[in-house]
Write a protein that binds this ligand. Structure first.
Ligand code: GAL
Length: 892
């Protein structure tokens, strides 16, 4: 009786489970398994070659996500990758945040919706130029904790968070076997770089982390990056600029590249990095050429370090990264387009790449080589002879010579290979793509002034600022931030406390106040000996500001640097105030929990008559943060609480001041930025949203080459730009944070600046250029033309083409330059050469104007005959894009 009741219950229960599953299944895909062999990930039983696009969801707004994902897909990505950000998801221990920019589930679902897969790198240590490498700052306070080693408290916390994430994703049915997009997970991050610092405990920790991850029942494979001792089933993967020589630690594991650094991050006061796309494409092609199977761009979209999320010390608010999609979500061309072509070429080879267990290697010259992938499966399966057009092999021909082009012979045919390049031959005969031949369009984004707001004050006062036409507002209010103590929450302590122990990173700022007595004899002593008293501190980070009686007298910044600051005192008591500031917490290195911030070592005053005064053990009064910060005067709700007064146009720039103004949103859909180039250092908020830190530090004058040579191994110092200019002056304000009018902008300024010169800018992809010669290859999509597939037409009968496309709702309004012949120069600097087809402009205008995109064949026939026989001809075009609504209006 009991038994049969049990059975009935079980039957009912399984029916219930079945219904539950079928009702709640995410259904992005038919559920599928992910495994792997030595060659590739095996997705639903098939090996795959995969291109992955790194996008960190909290570096964009949820409103931007769909477009970023769509642009990744259009660019040829199969996978989207992100880390998780523990300190964003668990800001207070046990209190989770999965809302807004931290809505991980929504992000993964959007990726699933678009038909792409997901690679989630949980970490939970992530590095990523993210504050504290992703660790919540409260983690430092867990008793007995040591990060990233065989330490019980750390392991307990780490396991709790990783479990939380995996459980959440499983409940939401987001793993592949549930029909979700997640195919791969990562535990830890580049621990191999740190392992030796932790001795045996480091080794034990790796094993523990691997077992812990595998024990969570996520049901998809796990990777560890830069972890040559990744245990058991965990795949060790490569992070670098190049990963084509990489071999995982077991012959049963596939070669995976988790971070292809397609650019680099930058710091305040540095130039901007740039990785040329010819080299990036070379690196990717070499990876797949030599047996790689999954490559992730770090980053495909870098985005913005909003709020105080940027790591450090000293990483800027922009995380543009020189990625294929820029900080604002616009395509960075020709990077995006050239990689799109590359991905299409790799896809044309995928059947052969996955069919072969390993490539056939052929040496073609001293620095030239081919790798050939044979696909015998088709002949075996059908047992018939394949027609010419049906590819049975794909090949990659590389010229790794950094200087010289080479002509090689491959299977009886001659190929010319530019230096440092790879040609991809999907059919082992015809070149579909060469990494050094960029046919994709260039897009020049202009930063344009938004519509000037209507003047709110009388005309004469406008004369004060030279940029008044574009300035954000003519009316500014200001209020001073108190220097030193501002609340009853101050406290006094004997000795110098470590910065983070006090602030818990709730603010960048920590005030230290001391009262110094100066006697008549001291003053006389300084005068007689022509010396001044000096503040000497062994070591500080990141910024220290020194005030005497409320006056800022010195600022020092650096990463654990010595302070030697001359002081001037009056006779009697003076307040010596030290403001210690963080500019992004350390995100890389061993023993992060011990790193700390602020003041370290001895702190003393030298030069006094009776000798040095040691302040290290003196009684200091501490105050965390700014009054305005804690009163939240940057929010719509609380800003009225401050005693704002109107700022006079002739006011002298003042330090430690809050400013506010209201501004209207510029029309249109183009991304919006604030130009804070007139300010010093501080933070800015728009409609209560923290858009980030700003700092007007200028980059060194030297170190930017006139031309960037793509050839040879890249490093982040190559091809730098922006020498002698402030590292960052434009700060992204996502459109979704703006309302039509009366947006509240609040700025906290530390060093003095002119808010009247702050302006709103629009980032507009305005100019398109392309330059394609007769020696370029046919457009990639022609390979999929039915006539080419059927063998009716040979790909060789097709001509190269220029393809222009205005993105983001823009259309081509005019052709500013076109020359078929031998044009000179580059985008925005083209000129006609000796050979020029007179109808160039009319042909291109006819094909393109008024359209969102157009194709123009690069051939004599398209331009009414050969303008110069026997000469290699090029078509160079420059076009202007305008928003389609503008055209609509102007044509009416
Ligand atoms: C890697 C790290 C990433 C990121 C990158 C540099 O070593 O894994 O998280 O920090 O360097 O952008």
């Amino acid at each position: 009786m009991v038994v049969s009741e049990n059975r009935a219950f079980l039957r009912l229960f399984s029916l219930y489970l079945f219904i539950q599953f079928s009702v709640t299944a995410a259904n992005f895909f038919e559920p599928f398994n992910v495994t792997y062999d030595h060659r590739a990930l095996i997705i639903d039983g098939k090996r795959r070659m995969l291109i992955s696009a790194g996008i960190h969801y909290p570096r964009a707004t949820p409103q931007m996500w769909p477009d970023l994902i769509a642009k990744s897909k259009e660019g040829g990505a199969d996978v989207v990758e992100s880390y998780t950000f523990w300190n964003g998801h668990e800001p207070v221990r046990g209190q989770y945040n999965f809302e807004g920019m931290y809505d991980l589930v929504k992000f993964v679902k959007l990726v699933g919706d678009s038909g792409l897969y997901f690679l989630l790198r949980i970490g939970p240590y992530v590095c990523a130029e993210w504050n504290f490498g992703g660790f919540p700052v409260w983690l430092r306070d867990v008793p007995g904790i040591e990060f990233r080693t065989d330490n019980e408290p750390f392991k307990r916390e780490m396991q709790r968070f990783v479990t939380k994430i995996v459980d959440l994703l499983r409940e939401e049915q987001l793993f592949s076997w549930q029909g979700g997009p997640i195919i791969l997970l990562q535990i830890e991050n580049e621990y191999g770089n740190m392992e030796s610092s932790y001795g045996q405990k480091g080794k034990d920790y790796v094993k523990w982390a691997a077992n812990m991850a595998l024990g969570l029942g996520a049901g998809v494979p796990w990777v560890m990056c830069k972890q040559t001792d990744a245990p058991g089933d965990i795949i060790d993967t490569c992070n670098s600029y190049y990963c084509d020589g990489y071999k995982p630690n077991s012959p049963n594991k596939p070669t995976i590249w988790t971070e292809n650094w397609d650019g680099w991050y930058t710091s305040w006061g540095e130039t901007l990095p740039h990785r040329p796309v010819e080299d990036l494409a070379f690196a990717v092609a070499r990876f797949f050429q030599r047996g790689g199977s999954l490559m992730n761009y770090y980053m495909y979209f870098g985005g913005t370090n909003f709020g105080r999320t940027s790591g450090g010390p000293f990483y800027i608010t922009s995380y543009d990264y020189d990625a294929p999609i820029d900080e604002y979500g616009l395509l960075s061309e020709p990077k995006w387009g050239h990689l799109k072509d590359l991905h299409a070429a790799i896809k044309l080879c995928e059947h052969a790449l996955v069919a072969a267990d390993s490539p056939q290697y052929m040496k073609l010259g001293p620095k030239q080589e081919a790798h050939v992938y044979w696909d015998n499966t088709q002949t075996n399966g059908l047992n018939t002879t394949l027609s010419e057009s049906q590819s049975t092999c794909s090949a990659f021909l590389a010229n790794i010579d950094e200087h010289k082009a080479a002509t090689v012979t491959f299977r009886g045919k001659s190929y010319s290979l530019p230096p440092w390049s790879v040609s991809i031959l999907p059919d082992c005969r015809n070149t579909a793509f060469n990494t050094a031949k960029v046919g994709a369009q260039t897009s020049m984004k202009l930063v344009e002034d938004a519509n000037a707001p209507s003047p709110k004050i009388s005309a004469p006062e406008l004369i004060m600022t030279k940029n008044e036409v574009s300035s954000i507002s003519d009316t500014w209010m200001s209020v001073n931030e108190p220097i030193g103590i501002w609340s009853v929450n101050n406290f006094t302590f004997q000795g110098v406390l470590e910065h983070l122990n006090v602030t818990k990173d709730t603010s960048d700022y920590l005030w230290h106040i001391n009262r110094i007595y100066v006697s008549d004899e001291d003053i006389a002593f300084w005068e007689e000996n022509q010396v001044s008293p000096t503040l000497v501190i062994d070591s500080i980070r990141d910024v220290l500001r020194v005030f005497i009686n409320g006056q800022l007298i010195g600022s020092i910044s650096g990463h654990w640097v010595k302070v030697v600051q001359p002081l001037q005192f009056q006779q009697g008591y003076s307040d010596l105030i030290l403001l210690s500031q963080t500019v992004g917490l350390q995100n890389y290195g061993a023993f992060l929990e011990k790193d700390g911030a602020g003041i370290r070592g001895q702190i003393k005053l030298t030069g006094f008559k009776n000798g040095d005064i040691d302040l290290s053990e003196a009684s200091w009064t501490y105050q965390v943060g700014l009054m305005g910060e804690f009163q939240k005067i940057f929010t719509i709700e609380e800003n009225e609480k401050a005693g704002w007064t109107e700022l006079k146009l002739d006011a002298t720039p003042s330090t430690f001041t809050w400013y506010k103004a209201y501004f209207d949103t510029p029309d249109g859909t183009e991304p919006v930025a604030l130009d804070l180039g007139s300010m010093g250092k501080g933070q800015a908020w728009v409609n209560s949203q923290h858009i980030g830190r700003y700092w007007n530090l200028v980059a060194p004058k030297d170190g930017c080459p006139e031309t960037c040579d793509y050839r040879g191994a890249y490093n982040s110092n190559k091809c730098r730009t922006n020498c002698g200019k402030p590292t960052q002056t434009w700060y992204h304000v996502p459109r979704s944070w703006l309302q039509e009018s009366n947006n509240l902008l609040v700025i906290f300024e530390e060093t003095g600046g002119n808010p009247f010169d702050i302006s709103v800018k629009l980032r507009v992809p305005r100019i398109l250029c392309a330059q394609v010669s007769e020696s370029h290859y046919q457009p990639l999509q022609q390979w999929l033309h039915p006539d080419v597939i059927d063998g009716k037409v040979s790909i060789n009968d097709m001509r190269p083409e220029v393809h222009l496309q205005c993105k983001d709702g823009h259309i081509i309004s005019s052709i500013e330059f076109a020359s078929y012949g031998t044009p000179h120069g580059s985008c925005q600097n083209f000129s006609e050469g000796n050979c020029h087809s007179p109808n160039s402009v009319s042909v291109v205008s006819k094909a393109c104007e008024g359209r969102n995109s157009c194709f123009i064949e690069v051939s004599n026939s398209g331009f009414g005959g050969d303008p110069c026989r026997g000469v290699l001809k090029t078509l160079a075009v420059q076009a202007r894009c305008v928003s389609s609504s503008t055209i609509g209006v102007s044509q009416l």
